[in-house]
Write a protein that binds this ligand. Structure first.
Ligand SMILES: *[C@@H]1O[C@H](CO)[C@@H](O)[C@H](O)[C@H]1NC(C)=O
Length: 394
């Protein structure tokens, strides 16, 4: 069987035909390059980027690559499968077409880098992107990565997470949610986990009739040209949510139409690890800033907190603290308050974020008490979130 590779470099500035014997590749199991969110690359910004259409005897798939010389492209092993000797006709460099050099040092555990690709821009959309997209990412340690993927992560691999944000909006995934039920109105926070879903607490969607959601602005009421407001009534409450014990206090709200990302409006990923005891994290919210002042805060506020062990938390709140919850304590007078419900607890990696918790409960003694505040851990619900948000029927 004679297979054909077609590499299109820099949007039709040159094309190279490569021929090689190749065994059938299981295209269904193929993990595509995927840039979710990110920016569209300018012409000439990444002159080494190669788009590779791979054809085997019985399938076709797509890979990205990088030009490392005028007759070589580096790509993933699974894109060429088995040992392949490739011959390509040398190309002439120009400002849109030039090579990139291999980084000659080990990547640090918290290095910032760009990821490039024409891959799908969401789980739901099976199409490749017409534009080359790029995204800032941060690498994580292999130790952290093995906690997610196990021992298959070798020292020659590196894992990265996205959502680096350069913009002036520090928390572009923060959502302000005005909730209306049949007989009341209240306020919750949330986190944009994709361009059409917001993650919040279960008690924020329980019995809801309508949501008005503000995105893209750290200010609740003052003028902001970047603020976007969407109304929606579609939500999914965790099927095992218990309003009395607030078990499984997690829910998702869907927009009627996906929103467009910009510098002020961007999704956050779910922290892919179990939150440790005594781990530092950041909490956000527009909630009350004191017990005495019932007003919400106009500015999105944040505080650094530390998780405590569930054993310690049960000493305060008893056995209603389940393993899917986590309690946190802040510095004196810093913590969660009314109106912060549903707001995310985030982990910062370099300058990128992931959401590890959703604000669930506060002490009956008030926000200014020294008692811990409670969050729903997101990690135990990762599969549930993925199932809901990737199901096109929702
Ligand atoms: C997610 O979907 C899969 C496949 O339908 C199912 O087996 C699994 O139980 C679901 N998980 C959750 C947590 O809903």
């Amino acid at each position: 069987m004679n297979s054909l590779f077609l590499a299109v470099l820099c949007a039709a500035f040159a094309s190279i035909y490569l021929t090689k014997e190749l065994e059938a590749f299981p295209s269904k199991d193929h993990i595509g390059t995927r840039i979710i969110g990110g920016e569209v690359a300018r012409a000439g910004q990444f002159p080494f980027a190669a788009a590779i259409h791979v054809q085997t005897a019985d399938s076709k798939f797509f890979c990205g690559g990088a030009l490392t010389g005028n007759d070589w492209v580096i790509t993933a092993g699974h894109c060429v499968y088995k040992h392949v000797s490739v011959t390509i006709r040398p190309v002439d460099y120009n400002i849109y077409l030039s090579p990139v050099y291999a980084w000659s040092m080990p990547l640090a555990d918290d290095a910032r880098a760009y990821a490039l690709g024409w891959g799908q821009t969401s789980d739901a959309d099976g199409e490749l992107s017409n534009d080359l997209r790029y995204l800032y990412i941060s690498t994580i340690s292999n130790l952290e990565c093995r906690m997610v993927y196990g021992d298959q992560i070798t020292d020659n691999m590196v894992c990265a997470i996205g959502n680096y944000n350069e913009g002036t909006c520090t928390y572009p995934f923060a959502a302000a949610i005005h909730v209306q039920t049949a007989n009341s109105k209240f306020f919750c926070g949330g986190a944009l986990t994709s361009n059409d879903w917001v993650l919040t607490a279960g008690h924020c969607v329980y019995n809801a009739v309508l949501f008005t959601i503000q995105l893209g602005s750290a200010q609740l009421v003052s003028d902001d040209p970047n603020r976007m407001t969407v109304a929606t009534s579609t939500y999914i409450l965790h099927p095992d949510f218990k309003p009395d014990t607030i078990e499984n206090d997690i829910g998702l709200i869907k927009f009627r139409r996906p929103v467009d990302y910009n510098m002020y409006l961007w999704n956050v990923i779910i922290y892919p690890l179990t939150l440790a005891d005594y781990q530092q994290a950041t909490i956000l919210g527009w909630g009350q800033t004191s017990d005495d002042d019932p007003e919400l805060s106009n500015d999105l506020r944040y505080a650094t907190i530390t998780t405590i062990s569930n054993l310690e938390c049960r000493m305060v709140y008893g056995d209603q603290v389940t393993d899917n919850m986590v309690c946190v304590i802040g510095n004196y007078n810093e913590g969660t308050c009314t109106g912060d419900n549903g707001s995310p607890l985030v982990i910062i990696h370099g300058r990128s974020y992931s959401v590890a918790g959703v604000a669930s409960f506060i002490s009956g003694n008030g926000c200014e008490s020294t008692n811990p505040s409670g969050y729903t851990r997101t990690f135990p619900y990762m599969e549930w979130i993925k199932n809901i948000t990737s199901d096109k029927d929702n």
